[in-house]
Design a protein around this ligand. Structure first.
Ligand SMILES: Nc1ncnc2c1ncn2[C@@H]1O[C@H](COP(=O)(O)OP(=O)(O)OP(=O)(O)O)[C@@H](O)[C@H]1O
Ligand SMILES: [Mg+2]
Length: 338
């Protein structure tokens, strides 16, 4: 649906200095998916996103949406194409002198809606985002989460095919973020709008995206299904990004005083649901003590890590057999000591 081919964006600086903000990015985003782009500040995420509605022209390469090369369009053709693409922003970008309803109505007027159809559509869309009772308020009278709901209402009122989201939850607290992400997910599921979302937080990616591209220094360094990126990050930069999710470390002092064999076990998908640890306890007579652990669900697939201590004072070979069994049934096992 959205196809980027060898997109580069160069900004000329003072004198001979120039920045290549986007460096040879090729992507295919499928209709109906929630596609995330993650990276640290300055990675080129916003610049890349802006090429999708031609707010930014690529220096070289092309952007095609539904078969139209948006990167080549001008004038009326460009304005028409842009009406199929909504956008929301970190700081909402609402018009402060207009009410919530007027903010949403404005985008419909701009899209050439017939006057009589605007009010019913505004009412319908405010109902969808849960703001019916705030229709006549001004943005300054709203919380951050409510402002972003107005942003979303305005962006999707004209039935776009695509919704671009530039850090939509970065200005919100965790709880409000979660409700906005849930709303975006609902819009994607109910209306089938393709969502492209950029963020610097892996947690946002984990919560709603189907696939993700990881950006660093203007390049896409890794791309794939969100679960796979968390379970098997390849690039060093991606490993660092996901490390907060599954990185468990035991205090050194505790480690030094522990007896027996210490294992860090990674469970992926089905293995997280199998009772591997109770099996080894029963089968090999080994005592299993869980010291630290975490299981995350990404989509509906489990990804977990546990640090366990195995002991069998009367039978060292039982521990070895138990370790071998755990290795055969789980994704990755690392011996911490023992
Ligand atoms: N209009 C511009 N003129 C010159 N340089 C720019 C312009 N816009 C962005 N840049 C540069 O391009 C690079 C990428 O910027 P961009 O805003 O795309 O990054 P980002 O990943 O969105 O960062 P953040 O997470 O901070 O929003 C940066 O080095 C930035 O300074
Ligand atoms: Mg940005």
């Amino acid at each position: 649906m959205i196809e980027l081919q060898h997109v580069c964006v160069d900004f000329s600086g003072a004198g001979s200095s120039a920045t290549r903000a986007v460096d040879d990015v090729s992507l295919h985003i499928k209709a109906g998916e929630i596609f995330g782009i993650v990276g640290t500040s300055g990675a080129g995420k916003s610049t890349l996103l802006r090429t999708l509605n031609a707010l930014q022209r690529p220096s070289t390469g092309s952007v095609t949406i539904n078969g139209t090369r948006i990167s080549d369009l001008q004038g009326v053709a460009l304005r028409t194409a842009r009406q199929r693409i909504g956008m929301i922003f970190q700081h909402f970008s609402l018009m402060h002198t207009r009410t919530v309803a007027q903010n949403v109505a404005f985008s419909l007027k701009a899209a050439g809606w017939e006057r009589a159809k605007i009010a019913p559509r505004v009412a319908e869309i405010l109902d969808l985002v849960g703001l019916t009772d705030k229709a006549n308020r001004y943005p300054v009278q709203l919380s951050g989460g409510q402002k972003q709901r107005v942003g979303i209402a305005r962006a999707i009122a004209n039935h776009p095919d695509v919704l671009l989201c530039d850090e939509p939850t970065s200005a919100l607290d965790l709880e409000t973020s979660a409700t906005i992400l849930a709303l975006l997910k609902e819009i994607n599921a109910r209306l089938g709008i393709t969502i492209v979302l950029i963020t610097h937080e892996m947690n946002v990616i984990k919560t709603i995206c189907d696939r993700v591209a990881v950006m660093s220094g203007g390049k896409v360094v890794e791309m794939g299904e969100v679960f796979d990126i968390f379970a098997h990050p390849q690039h060093a930069f991606t490993r660092q990004l996901v490390s907060h999710t599954l990185n468990l470390t035991l205090p050194e002092r505790l480690k030094a005083h522990l007896q027996g064999t210490l294992l860090k076990i990674l469970f992926i998908g089905d293995s997280a649901e199998q009772p591997v640890l109770s099996e080894v306890a029963v089968k090999f007579g080994v005592a299993v003590n869980i010291l630290h652990g975490k299981i995350e669900y990404i989509g509906d697939r489990a990804l977990g890590v546990l640090v366990v201590q195995l002991t069998a004072p009367d039978s060292p070979t039982a521990v070895e057999a138990a370790v071998a069994h755990i290795r055969s049934r789980t994704a990755q096992v690392e011996a911490l000591h023992g």
